[in-house]
Ligand binder design. Structure first.
Ligand code: FAQ
Length: 335
């Protein structure tokens, strides 16, 4: 959908639309667009560093959506009712769709899907730390909807105003769907909290396990975030990691009260002076270990993706063969 803005000749190798780095006039025009809070589109000139930053962030985001299908996907065959199964199937498919919009948005920057997928499968590319945690019970599915999708919305609403057009437009639809995901997770948990003591305990246990990894999901503290300052100057990021984390905590505390669960942080309390919640220390060693491939499920997640990709090769081959056959037929008819 977004690649139509790219005017590449057929079979041309995918490459940067413009590789010119030091062109003062074009750079001045780009800077003015940034200053005016304007939009950059695929056919516009952009500095290579801006392009690289976008490819990095959008492809990591796409990988997160695709790997993010796995923890909940594990529960599709074990959902407790037909209704819950249908909802979960639709949600997991939505996440796959988000990955596809985002890969398409990244492709407009001159990077092919194959390159991005290869970077993921070879372990060179990152994806969100949160998807390296296990889903041990059905309550985990509800908690992912409530907290993980909730955190994703908090982080992604500002991306709807990102300076790069294709990413911003993809995010509008993604955020609408994530909002529904968050609601279904919360409703699932509300139902369990109205159930038996065993179900209530299952919800509390899942909240205890997911709370801290979800807070870490917003990324390192601002002082340790090497990409933030430039990302904000370029209008890619609009709000800092710490500010988004704080907004998430403030929004989630009352939701936990309505649900009837506690959040596993003895330091969590309202700060009257700052009109926000104080919260305890995040374990950044655990976060970096997970980001660097040593979290609880990193190896399993990557192996599952690589296997699924290999097993889908025949589908890609068949689609290409079909497209080629259609092209030949169209040429014959036109002749
Ligand atoms: N996990 O300098 P910063 C979802 C890396 S989608 C892994 O602060 P930046 C939907 C970061 O890449 C969730 N790595 O970086 C869903 C950088 O490394 P690099 C994904 C992380 O880019 C729900 C280094 O640390 N969302 O949940 C993480 O300015 C339910 C330094 O960090 C997005 O991708 C992390 N959590 O800010 C699906 C949103 N945090 O690249 C299924 C778009 C940081 O230099 C089920 N992305 N790192 O090697 C963003 O907003 C930003 O890229 C941040 C990071 C905020 C993630």
């Amino acid at each position: 959908m977004y690649t139509q803005a790219l005017d590449l000749p057929e079979n041309a190798p995918v490459k940067a639309v413009s590789g010119v780095i030091d062109d003062p006039a074009r750079l001045a025009r780009f800077d003015k667009t940034m200053e005016d809070d304007g939009r950059i589109e695929p056919q516009d000139w952009m500095p290579e560093a801006y392009r690289k930053t976008l490819v990095r962030q959008i492809s990591q985001h796409a990988h997160s959506e695709i790997v993010g299908m796995l923890p909940e996907g594990n529960w599709i065959s074990r959902a407790p009712s037909l209704k819950r199964k249908a909802i979960l199937l639709a949600k997991v498919q939505d996440e796959g769709g988000h990955g596809l919009y985002l890969y398409s948005a990244a492709e407009t920057l001159g990077t092919s899907r194959d390159q991005m997928v290869d970077a993921l499968h070879s372990g060179r590319a990152k994806y969100s730390s949160i998807f390296n945690y296990p889903t041990l019970t059905w309550a985990d599915v509800g908690v992912i909807g409530w907290l993980v999708d909730g955190a994703a919305i908090m982080n992604q609403i500002p991306l709807c105003r990102c300076s790069y057009g294709p990413y911003a437009r993809a995010m509008i639809r993604i955020c609408k769907e994530e909002s529904f995901h968050q609601r279904q997770g919360y409703e699932n948990l509300l139902t369990m909290m109205r159930g038996t003591p065993a179900q209530q305990a299952m919800v509390q246990d899942a909240v205890n396990r997911w709370w801290w990894p979800v807070l870490a999901m917003f990324g390192p503290p601002d002082a340790d975030s090497p990409n933030s300052a430039q990302g904000i100057r370029w209008g890619i990021k609009r709000i800092s990691n710490d500010e988004l984390r704080q907004r998430f905590v403030d929004a989630t505390v009352p939701q936990a009260q309505v649900l009837g669960v506690s959040l596993p942080d003895p330091d969590l309390r309202w700060n009257e002076e700052h009109q926000q919640h104080n919260y305890g220390a995040i374990d950044w060693d655990e976060f970096w270990a997970t980001v660097n491939g040593n979290g609880p499920c990193n190896k399993e997640r990557l192996a599952t993706r690589v296997k699924a990709h290999a097993q889908g090769q025949w589908v890609r081959d068949a689609a290409l063969a079909h497209a080629e056959k259609q092209r030949q037929r169209a040429m014959k008819e036109a002749a």
